[in-house]
Design a protein around this ligand. Structure first.
Ligand SMILES: Nc1nc2c(ncn2[C@@H]2O[C@H](COP(=O)(O)OP(=O)(O)OP(=O)(O)O)[C@@H](O)[C@H]2O)c(=O)[nH]1
Ligand SMILES: [Mg+2]
Length: 496
């Protein structure tokens, strides 16, 4: 199941299509391999034959790129339309010098084929080589295409256009959800909340209807529902030919409380934490729970900090147990969830971040303020979790049998001390690093592209290209700390 989801979500199919010599392979080489644009313009690539497949890793995504031959463009849109099947992203590259009418026809044809073959795919058009036309012609094209319901980017790899072309690709990748894994979590959280939402609204739904409404297949739906059924939050019942699903009272309470729990608006929340720079203003606390959602231990960074943060929305019967259960249901789908932003819970005013790590059937869940990026401290929290696991190694089997959590309480003072140290260190190193200057990074990326790599030895050329691809990744993911790490290395090239 997990590998299925990984495959489904993390491996993306990208198709580059368009007439011959429009610049498809050039764009691929530049974006995914970091090849110098100067070189690509001076020494053109050979024409592509048939389809060339490449596999790239951008951020956490494994991206399969299908670079299609322009010579066979008619074939891709007529006989061999299957090439588009299951695409996540289709980039249709067109030459800016084409007459508006030709551009318009090509767009219509691509839209038609996409609708038939890959309705779930994103389709973007790149009107490329705009360096070869003047601004009047661009305006003409824009005017001619203004009624098309499509997204069009105007690009060129000539230096003076590079900055805006980079912007285009960042937007394309962001829109395509090529992120560092948060996409998978977003979908999972949404799936779980939608399930409850539909059941609450409709009272009873058949498996078939749920499949359709949630837009997932049968086995995914089963894996989604079964943990909740086991926990007696919902029930499945076979009636004649159909299996009906409905929420049990416990499930209804569970969902309503979860929603309420996350309805923490920013005003209430900041009011909770009096000292803006206190440990609890970064990390409210953590809980460790088992695969059934039972809490082994919860640790707060200040008295009641976690309780207050979770309980701000006048939810007096708050039960920490519920959170673990919900998160553990999500865990059935992914080894490590990282719910970046709780707006994905379809709850307004959410102002709380949750990240989890799973090990040996247990889950450690962190509750942080939005100003903190728990991802930066992954290693530290990993170590903390390992410490817990080794400390209680002998006791865990007994816990699984009896559910007795009392021995874990002894660990609280030590864990609190470690959490304090982690946050103090985070605050120190964070400094100005957290403010990620996207503009600066983009400018650097544009500058790097101007560096004539021919002056480097081959080995250094490769390092340099790699650096460019990495920099693009940090820009897309807005990863400030990674950028800081790379900054001096980049500056070295810029001053050389
Ligand atoms: N002026 C200009 N030329 C470009 C630009 N991008 C690519 N080229 C040139 O366009 C030519 C064709 O590039 P390719 O990437 O091989 O084109 P393709 O679309 O892959 O062509 P096929 O493989 O035949 O389908 C090369 O000479 C590139 O240097 C650009 O932005 N401006
Ligand atoms: Mg090509």
């Amino acid at each position: 199941m997990i590998s299925f989801l990984r495959e489904m979500k993390l491996s993306k199919k990208v198709v580059l299509v368009g007439p011959q010599e429009v610049g498809k392979s050039t764009l691929r080489k530049w974006i995914f391999e970091g090849e110098s644009v100067i070189k690509l313009l001076e020494n053109p690539l050979e024409a592509t034959f048939g389809v060339e497949n490449y596999s790239y890793n951008l951020l956490l995504n494994n991206i399969g790129v299908f670079d299609l031959a322009g010579q066979e463009n008619d074939r891709w849109f007529e006989e061999n339309v299957d090439i588009f099947n299951e695409s996540d992203l289709i980039l249709n590259v067109l030459d800016a010098r084409f007459a508006p009418k030709i551009l318009s026809d090509k767009i219509d044809l691509a839209l038609k084929v996409e609708k038939q073959q890959a309705p779930k795919s994103l389709l973007f058009f790149l009107i490329h080589k705009i360096d070869l036309i003047d601004s009047k012609q661009i305006e003409k094209i824009k005017k001619a295409l203004k009624d098309k319901n499509v997204e069009i980017f105007y690009t060129s790899i000539k230096l003076e256009y590079l900055h805006s072309t980079i912007e285009c690709f960042i937007e394309i990748f962001k829109k395509s959800g090529f992120e560092w894994g948060s996409k998978i979590d977003f979908d999972l959280v949404k799936l779980n909340t939608q399930l409850f939402h539909f059941l609450l609204e409709k009272k009873v739904m058949s498996l078939k209807k749920l499949e359709k409404h949630l837009d997932i297949d049968k086995s995914t739906l089963e894996s989604l529902i079964n943990p909740y059924a086991e926990a007696e939050l919902l029930n499945k019942q076979k009636v004649e030919e159909e299996t009906l699903v409905y929420l049990l009272e416990k499930g209804e309470i569970f969902y309503k409380k979860i929603l309420k729990t996350f309805e923490v608006d920013s005003k209430t929340q900041t009011a909770l934490i009096t000292d803006e720079d206190s440990i609890a203003s970064y990390l409210y606390g953590l809980i460790i729970s088992d695969m059934h959602g039972k809490t082994l231990i919860s640790i707060e960074t200040e008295p009641d900090s976690l309780y207050k943060a979770l309980n701000a929305a006048d939810n007096d019967q708050f039960d920490i147990e519920l959170i673990g259960m919900f998160l553990n249901a999500l865990q059935k789908f992914s080894q490590e969830i990282n719910v970046q932003n709780l707006s994905s819970f379809r709850v307004q005013g959410a102002n709380l971040k949750i990240s989890s790590i799973s090990k040996r059937n247990l889950t450690l869940t962190l509750f942080t303020s939005p100003k903190m990026d728990a991802g930066d401290l992954k290693e530290e929290f990993d170590n903390l979790f390992n410490l817990f696991l080794s400390k209680y190694e002998d006791f865990l089997p007994a816990f699984h049998k009896t559910g007795n959590v009392s021995p874990f309480i002894d660990w609280i003072p030590e864990a609190e001390g470690i959490l304090k140290k982690i946050i103090i260190k985070y605050k120190e190193t964070k400094g100005n690093a957290k403010i990620f200057d996207v503009e600066k990074a983009k400018n650097m990326y544009a500058f790097l592209n101007k560096v004539d790599e021919k002056k480097f030895k081959l080995e250094k050329q490769l390092q340099f290209r790699n650096l460019k691809v990495k920099l693009l990744e940090t820009i897309i993911s807005e990863d400030g700390s990674k950028f800081m790490e790379m900054e001096s290395e980049i500056t070295e090239y810029l001053t050389e």
